[in-house]
Design a protein around this ligand. Structure first.
Ligand SMILES: *Cc1c(COP(=O)(O)O)cnc(C)c1O
Length: 392
């Protein structure tokens, strides 16, 4: 980590950029060049959409949650069903996009980091399908919380490396993955799982996840004949949210709302700082070190957030709110009981705020809640949390 170079590209206001050692910067420059070369290439896009349709199962429904709407007596609620994607979350959208790029760049080995295990599973899945060598870095704490996902990745042929440094969580796994990339960049592609990191990652991840709002905008116009009053998504690094917001950004009348956990609320409580080679709103101590965070949803357990969200917050185009663990647990149960859809604990954050907001609106207004993933992976954890609550 000798020289630190700074690149002007990839800024969202004061946020974003690339603050990395020059050897890593060289790798990122090539990545940017290749991404720009292929992102509007018709053949590349045809292949991307082929796999999204045939392998992932897109497009996902924009489902009218009729019983939930009646129960709350407010806005009409639609659910964007990213939980129905192959591997159970939105993460596969980005994985397919980046792995197609990796193939074109001639990479033989893919590395990735994972928190909840969802991105690791999505990456290992796509690597199996494309016949790529796959190594997944995961905080040792998270390997315990998501032991079945570790086994799943191994079944898919990936090597899972538990990271014991620091808090032994997502942030530490990211550090390890970057260290690997610097060592092995000549044959390795780092497949980053969220709209974070140095340029061009946030821009690239947004590009691939925008399929969510491309579909939902078309779907809501067809079903309702007008744009939604609000779009709501949970925020970890911010990829499902930026993908859900992207196509609505020019539509000033559409409220865009990101929902964070109270104890990992970088957008509502953070200050501008540097994390993993980019600037964003981050939870940091007085020395600029990232603070420990906690979320019942492992995928939201990150002290920073995407640079574009940091910018959208400061510019006022998007709003960011935090919900409590109790609200999340209630939303998790409500959606399960009333719609037959068990959401991921991450997605239950969006639901928790969405149901509060919907109750204050009227039936002429519609809201879209992004169900970023399914809750099967969380059922056992919720079982134990509810049992504890009962015994109190
Ligand atoms: C990883 C994950 C998230 C958080 O990541 P973002 O990049 O903020 O979208 C949210 N929901 C699910 C289901 C996840 O797996």
């Amino acid at each position: 980590m000798s020289q630190v170079s700074q690149v002007e590209r990839g800024y969202f206001g004061e946020f974003g950029g690339s603050f990395v050692p020059s050897d890593l910067q060289n790798v990122l420059d090539i990545l940017e060049e290749q991404f720009l070369k292929y992102k509007d290439d018709p053949e590349f896009n045809e292949e991307f959409h082929y796999y999204l349709q045939e392998y992932v199962g897109r497009e996902t429904p924009l489902y009218f949650a009729e019983r939930l709407t009646k129960e709350l007596g407010g806005a009409k609620i639609y659910l964007k069903r990213e939980d129905l994607n192959h591997t159970g979350s939105h993460k596969i959208n980005n994985v397919i996009g980046q792995i197609l790029l990796a193939k074109r760049m001639g990479a033989k080995r893919v590395i990735a980091e994972t928190g909840a295990g969802q991105h690791g599973v999505a990456t290992a899945t796509a690597c199996a399908m494309f016949g790529m060598d796959c190594t997944i870095y995961m905080g040792a704490e998270d390997t315990k919380r998501q032991a079945l996902n570790v086994f799943r990745m191994e079944l898919l042929g990936a090597k899972v490396v538990p990271v014991t440094k620091g808090q032994a969580r997502l942030k530490d796994a990211v550090d390890e993955a970057f260290a690997d990339l610097v060592q092995n960049y000549d044959h390795t592609f780092y497949l980053l799982g969220s709209a974070v990191g140095p340029h061009p990652f946030p821009t690239m991840v947004k590009h691939f996840q925008s399929v969510i709002s491309k579909e939902s905008r078309r779907q809501i116009l067809k079903k309702e004949g007008c744009l939604p009053y609000a779009v709501i998504a949970c925020i970890g690094g911010g990829s499902n949210a930026i993908g859900s917001f992207a196509e609505y950004l020019p539509d000033q009348e559409v409220r865009l709302i990101g929902v964070e956990p109270c104890q990992a609320a970088s957008l509502t409580q953070g200050t501008a700082g540097l994390l993993h080679g980019f600037k964003c709103l981050v939870l940091q101590d007085e020395n600029g070190n990232p603070m420990p965070t906690y979320s019942i949803a492992a995928g939201l357990d990150y002290p920073g957030c995407g640079p574009e969200h940091s910018y959208l917050k400061n510019s006022g185009r998007a709003e960011y709110v935090a919900v409590t663990n109790e609200e999340v647990l209630e939303a998790f149960q409500l959606l399960s009981k009333i719609e037959g859809i068990i959401p991921a604990l991450e997605s239950a954050h969006a639901v928790a705020y969405g149901i509060k907001l919907a109750a204050t609106l009227n039936q002429n207004q519609t809201i879209i809640m992004n169900i970023s993933g399914r809750g099967d992976k969380d059922v056992e954890q919720v079982f134990h949390m509810l049992k504890k609550e009962k015994n109190r």
